[in-house]
Design a protein around this ligand. Structure first.
Ligand code: ADP
Length: 488
C-alpha cells in the first residue's frame, strides 16, 4: 500500500488520499540526515473528511459485539508480532532510539492488543440491588463517538496503541494524527490494523504539524474526545481549546522525574537504574530520570560508580546493535538541550561530564548530544525544575528522606519517582508521601506494565489514566438502565 517514491498519503474512509491542498512535508533520519519520505500536510479539509468517515463508521462499529471487536485486536497482536522487527527498524530510522528500545516499543503495542482484545469479553459494568421491589439497576459502558488521537514521536507505536486499542474495543472510531517526526511508524500500524480486518473508516490517519492539522482536530465539532500525549505547554493549549466545545480531553504530558538514593541504598543497583532511566531513549521519555536526589553521605561514592559508566556509553546510529544512546529527535531539540547546559553552568551547577554537541566522525551528520551530568545542583535551579527532554541529569544532595521527598514533590510535574533504600520503613514513608503517579522501589523511573494505570499529577496530567482498566474510562460513557418487572 505504500506509494511510489516514498511519497505517502492520508488514509481516510478506506482510501489513500493526498492532502486536499496537495502540499507535503519531508521527514528525515535524525542519525544520518537522510530523507525518508514526504507526507501530506493535512489541513481543515482533510480533517473534515477524516472525521466524517469516522462518524459514518461509528454507526456500524458501535453495533459490532465487543467480543468481535476484541478478536480483531487479537489479530492485530499477531500481526504486530510478525512485523515486530520491521516496525522497530522503521522507528529507529525515524526517531533514533536504539533497536532494543524500538523492539520494546512494539512489544508494548502487542501487549496492549492482547490485553484490550480480552476486554472485548469483559468491558465490565455492574448491577446493584435497588430499593423498590421488582426493579433492577444496571450500569453499562457505551462508546462515546469519534476520538482524535494526537501523539508524540518518542513512542511512535506504543502510544498510538495505548490510545487506539481501548478506544476501539469500547466501540469508538478514530482519527489519528501522529507527530510530524514519526509519520511512517503510525502509517504502518494503521495498515496492519486493516490487514487484521478492521472495517473501513474505523481508523483514519492524517499527517501534519500542530498547526494546521492538530488545530483542526481539537476544534472539530464532531470529535467527542481528544486523547493527547506531548508537552505540557501544548497539552494546556489543547485542553483550553477543546473545552470550548465541551470535548472530553485526556492529557499525558511532561515529567521531571527523580531517583532518590538513600544512604542505606544498594549503590550498584541504583547506578543501573539511573543509567537506564536517565540516558535510555536519549532522555526523551516522559518518565526519564532527570534528577538524582542523593543522601549527601553517599553522593561521592555514587558518582564514583556512575560517572565512568556514563562516559562509557556508546553514541551512534540506533540501527547499530553496539550503540547504547542514539541521536535526539531534531536540530531544534538539540539546541534546546544545549541551551540547558549553558543555563546550568550560569546557575552555578558543576558540569561533571558531557555538556556538548557530539560531532566526532559519523556523528556530525546527525543530532547527537553527549550524555551529561551536573552536580551541586540546587532544587530551585531551572535545570532541576524544567523538562529538558534530553540526556541531561542533575544531582541534588540532601540530608534526610524528608528533604528528598520535599525536593521530589516540589516541581510543576508529577509523573514518576524512584527510591533506592533497603529500609522498609523509609520505603513505606516514601510510598505515602511522594506525590507522583508512579513510584518505583529499587528500580529506575521508567518501564510500565500495560495492565496497570499510567499517568501523573499536577502538570503531567489532568486526572485521566492510560492503560489498565482505568484506560477504558476515558473512552466510555456510563449508561444506567432501570427496569421495572412487576407487570404480569
Ligand atoms: P514535542 O515538543 O514533544 O514535539 P508537542 O506537545 O509539541 O511535543 O507535540 C505533541 C503532539 O501534539 C504532536 O503530534 C504535535 O504535532 C501536536 N501538536 C502540537 N501543537 C499542537 C496544537 N496547537 N494543536 C494540536 N496538536 C498540536
Amino acid at each position: 500500500m505504500t506509494i511510489a517514491e516514498n511519497v505517502f498519503q492520508n488514509y481516510i474512509g478506506g482510501k489513500w488520499q493526498p492532502a486536499a491542498s496537495g502540499q507535503t512535508f519531508p521527514n528525515y533520519n535524525p542519525a544520518t540526515g537522510e530523507l525518508l519520505g514526504h507526507f501530506p500536510l493535512s489541513d481543515q479539509a482533510d480533517v473534515d473528511a477524516a472525521v466524517a468517515a469516522a462518524r459514518k463508521a461509528f454507526e456500524k462499529w458501535r453495533l459490532v459485539p465487543a467480543p468481535k471487536r476484541g478478536e480483531i485486536l487479537f489479530r492485530v497482536g499477531e500481526l504486530l508480532v510478525r512485523h515486530k522487527e520491521e516496525l522497530a527498524q522503521i522507528m529507529t530510522q525515524e526517531m533514533g532510539k536504539v533497536l532494543k528500545e524500538t523492539r520494546g516499543d512494539v512489544q508494548e503495542g502487542i501487549d496492549m492488543a492482547y490485553y484490550m482484545g480480552g476486554e472485548g469479553r469483559r468491558l465490565f459494568g455492574y448491577s446493584v440491588p435497588v430499593e423498590l421491589p421488582n426493579k433492577s439497576g444496571v450500569a453499562m459502558r457505551d462508546p462515546v463517538g469519534v476520538v482524535g488521537c494526537i501523539t508524540p514521536w518518542n513512542f511512535p507505536i506504543a502510544i498510538p496503541t495505548w490510545k487506539m486499542f481501548p478506544a476501539l474495543v469500547a466501540g469508538n472510531t478514530i482519527v489519528l494524527k501522529p507527530a510530524e517526526d514519526t509519520p511512517r511508524s503510525a502509517l504502518r500500524l494503521v495498515e496492519l490494523l486493516y490487514e487484521a480486518g478492521l472495517p473501513e473508516g474505523v481508523v483514519n490517519i492524517v499527517f501534519g504539524p500542530g498547526n494546521p492539522t492538530g488545530e483542526a482536530l481539537i476544534h472539530h465539532p464532531d470529535i467527542a474526545i481528544i486523547s493527547f500525549t506531548g508537552s505540557t505547554e501544548t497539552g494546556r493549549h489543547v485542553a483550553v481549546e477543546a473545552a470550548k466545545s465541551l470535548k472530553r480531553v485526556s492529557l499525558e504530558m511532561g515529567g521531571k522525574n527523580a531517583v532518590i538514593v538513600m544512604d542505606d541504598a544498594d549503590l550498584d543497583l541504583a547506578v543501573e537504574g539511573i543509567l537506564w532511566s536517565a540516558y535510555g531513549t536519549t532522555g526523551q521519555r516522559c518518565t526519564a530520570c532527570s534528577r538524582v536526589i542523593v543522601h549527601r553521605a553517599v553522593q561521592d561514592q555514587l558518582l564514583e560508580k556512575l560517572v565512568p559508566r556514563i562516559e562509557q556509553l556508546r553514541l551512534g546510529d540506533g540501527l547499530d546493535e553496539q550503540v547504547d544512546v542514539g541521536p535526539v529527535i531534531n536540530k531544534k531539540q538539540l539546541d534546546k538541550i544545549h541551551s540547558y547546559t549553558e543555563i546550568g553552568k550560569s546557575e552555578g551547577a558543576t558540569l561533571v561530564t558531557g555538556g556538548a554537541i557530539a560531532s566526532q566522525g559519523g556523528l556530525a551528520r546527525g543530532h547527537f548530544y553527549q550524555p551529561t551530568l551536573f552536580k551541586d545542583v540546587r532544587a530551585d535551579m531551572r535545570i532541576a525544575q524544567e523538562e529538558i527532554f534530553g540526556p541531561t541529569l542533575s544531582v541534588i544532595a540532601v540530608d534526610s528522606l524528608e528533604e528528598a521527598i520535599e525536593v521530589n514533590n516540589n516541581t510543576k510535574y508529577g509523573l514518576s519517582s524512584a527510591i533506592y533504600s533497603q529500609n522498609i520503613n523509609r520505603v513505606q514513608q516514601a510510598m505515602r508521601d511522594l506525590t507522583t503517579g508512579i513510584i518505583y522501589v529499587n528500580s529506575g523511573t521508567t518501564g510500565a506494565e500495560i495492565q496497570l494505570p499510567f499517568g501523573g499529577v499536577r502538570g503531567t496530567g489532568n486526572g485521566h489514566r492510560e492503560a489498565g482498566l482505568a484506560g477504558l474510562d476515558v473512552f466510555t460513557e456510563w449508561k444506567v438502565v432501570y427496569t421495572d418487572y412487576s407487570g404480569k
